[in-house]
Design a protein around this ligand. Structure first.
Ligand code: OMP
Length: 279
């Protein structure tokens, strides 16, 4: 039986520093790197990031959308990137934000969380906004495979609040409900649960939310979206030790030189450590 994702993530964060680098091959980044906005450019970009960082950072998070843009040949590049990143020692979090019902959700789960699937990843981002219970097939398969999930709770974008802060008939907000489900999912999982929440680093003081889920907290929003590592203590308070900041453009814009990518990731990881340590 594979060691649960939460335990593997805890070790990777302790050994390599708490940082996830997103692989988001935007057309504008491909151009900045002197690459074409085509499958060859996508492949070169992804391979460069994986070779520079997979042995170095705790987690790599490929953004599926930028690969799907190129159809089946783009998805083939994504498959190779996931495989190579895992072989080089990174945990791979597939950012595909899947969410559906019943047997369709089960099929999405099989696409990313069944160990013999071509896109098998250590963890997957999922959306609970068809109801948290609709994610059950993914939760069950993740448990079986030793994989993890990151469930959108409080997203980094300003539009998210209209859904996530909405208050239910019992007075609890939608996001608080998602966080409570995650706390139940992670109960008894030591040293870290496998069922994470996505909570944006951009959100400021979240005082009214209980982030004590027992699982990791993926914190996108640092860099291009305006947040900095110094914002983390205010957003996460006592949950800071379980925060995994995620940065895409803020690292990728330093490429294509591998040493520059590594230096940018190192700089961020040490700023994060300082912010976490200062809390
Ligand atoms: O799940 C995510 O990773 C995610 C959640 C969220 O709330 N906000 C958010 O920006 N993301 C993703 O994180 C990445 C952010 O990229 P940068 O803004 O370039 O660092 C993109 O791939 C987004 O899809």
């Amino acid at each position: 039986m594979t060691e649960p994702f939460g335990a593997r993530l805890r070790r990777a964060m302790d050994e390599r520093g708490p940082l996830c680098v997103g692989i988001d091959p935007h057309a504008s980044l491909l151009a900045d790197w002197g690459l074409g906005d085509d499958v060859a450019g996508l492949e070169r970009f992804s391979r460069t990031v994986v070779e520079a960082l997979a042995g170095h950072v705790a987690v790599l998070k490929p953004q599926s959308a930028f690969y799907e843009r190129f159809g089946s040949r783009g998805v083939a590049v994504l498959e190779a990137s996931v495989r190579e990143a895992r072989e080089a020692g990174a945990l791979v979090l597939m950012d595909a934000k899947r969410g559906d019902i019943g047997s369709t959700m089960a099929a999405y789960a099989e696409s990313f969380l069944r160990p013999d699937a071509p896109l098998f990843s250590d963890a997957l981002t999922v959306s609970p906004y068809l109801g948290y219970g609709s994610l059950k097939p993914a939760v069950d398969l993740a448990r079986q495979s030793g994989a993890g999930l990151f469930v959108l709770a409080l997203t980094s974008n300003p539009e998210g609040g209209e859904v996530q802060h909405a208050v239910r008939a019992d007075g609890r907000s939608v996001a608080a409900t998602v966080l409570a489900h995650l706390a139940a999912e992670n109960a008894g999982q030591e040293p870290l649960g496998s069922f994470g929440a996505v909570v944006g680093a951009t959100l400021g003081d979240l005082g009214s939310y209980d982030l004590d889920t027992g699982g990791p907290l993926l914190a996108p929003g640092i860099g291009a979206q305006g947040a900095t590592p110094a914002d983390l203590p205010r957003v996460f308070g006592p949950a800071l030790g379980r925060v995994l900041p995620s940065v895409s453009r803020g690292v990728l814009r330093h490429g294509p030189a591998p040493a520059a990518l590594r230096a940018a990731a190192d700089r961020l990881a040490s700023e994060v450590r300082k912010a976490v340590g200062d809390a």
